[in-house]
Design a protein around this ligand. Structure first.
Ligand code: F6P
Length: 293
């Protein structure tokens, strides 16, 4: 199934081809690069390599004006300078610390119709790739959400019109429990009585469980770090967009991630992230709001 917007289709085709290479290239690149990304996290050799590969490929697509990634300080201008075109924001290897233990990881791409940093409701499409036992991609556009299997650079549609199942089954929350706020801990205590824990240390693996079974994923603001861990442009917005297009909701604890005005000076801005079934996100927002009064 091709996407009707030709620029989005080019990005998705290029991504599908590139991730087959990325998956193969992980072998031999599991070590630390002895460097930090702009958010102060240790980079793996594979992080830098995957970023270079995607920057090279995505920035040369006609109609792409900017490339930004979690692994580089600044936004790369790649258009013809007239400001037209879409901007891509990429997390080249989400959860790359899982390389050491050989667990699931992902790649996330958000395609914005606005210069970066941008609000999530400027996204025209977003996709994530899950490197699990097989490589899959979930793609959301303003038309629908689809799941593909990726092999040999080609994508094969396996699920169309993906929607969150109505009855939630799983949950996964990041951060150490003693570092959770009292309000969030009380919500989490209720959720864990009702659903099954699924937390793998790579957001994409956990989000894919929520899309498959229904439920809630959250990386909350912490006592030691109220802004949380995940990045708005590279993780919060694209995942929020995908889950909302699939009939669920996203939140930073108060409002949809897609309506958050970004900090114009910080492409790497962090945010608490919650996504999942409408009722569970609504309940979270209500409980956090109640605790504030
Ligand atoms: O950088 C993001 C990330 O790797 C996410 O993919 C994942 O959800 C989170 O960090 C894991 O963090 P922690 O190790 O604190 O559970």
């Amino acid at each position: 199934m091709t996407v009707s917007d030709p620029i989005v289709e080019s990005v998705i085709t290029t991504l599908s081809r590139s991730v087959t290479e990325i998956r193969q290239g992980l072998v031999g690149r599991r070590g630390s690069a002895n460097a930090e990304n702009p958010s102060g996290e240790t980079q793996m050799e594979a992080d830098i390599w995957a970023d270079d590969l995607l920057a090279d490929r995505l920035s040369s697509i006609d109609g792409i004006s900017q490339y930004a990634s979690e692994e580089r300080d600044t936004v790369l201008d790649c258009g013809d300078g007239d400001g037209d075109g879409y901007a891509v924001a990429v997390d080249p290897l989400d959860g790359s610390s899982n390389l050491k233990s050989n667990n699931a990881m992902g790649t996330i791409v958000g395609i914005y119709d606005a210069p970066l940093p941008a609000r999530g409701d400027e996204l025209v499409a977003a996709a994530y790739v899950l490197y699990g036992p097989i490589t899959t991609m979930v793609l959301a556009t303003d038309e629908t959400v689809s799941e593909y299997e990726l092999t040999g650079g080609e994508r094969r549609l396996v699920r169309r019109d993906v929607t969150l199942p109505e009855d939630p089954v799983v949950y996964g929350f990041g951060g150490r429990v003693p570092d959770w706020t009292d309000e969030f801990r009380s919500y989490a205590r209720e959720i864990e009585q009702e659903y099954k824990l699924r937390y793998g240390g790579a957001m994409i693996g956990d989000i894919n469980q929520v899309l498959t079974y229904g439920g809630v994923f959250g990386y909350p603001g912490l006592v030691s770090r109220p802004e949380g861990k995940l990045r708005l442009q590279f993780e919060g917005n694209p995942i929020g967009y995908i889950v909302e297009q699939a009939g669920g909701r996203s939140s930073n604890g108060h409002q949809s991630l897609l309506t958050v005005a970004p900090n114009a000076d910080d492409i790497h801005e962090r945010t608490p992230v919650f996504v999942g079934n409408d009722a569970l996100i609504h309940r979270l927002e209500a409980e956090l709001a109640e605790a504030r009064v």
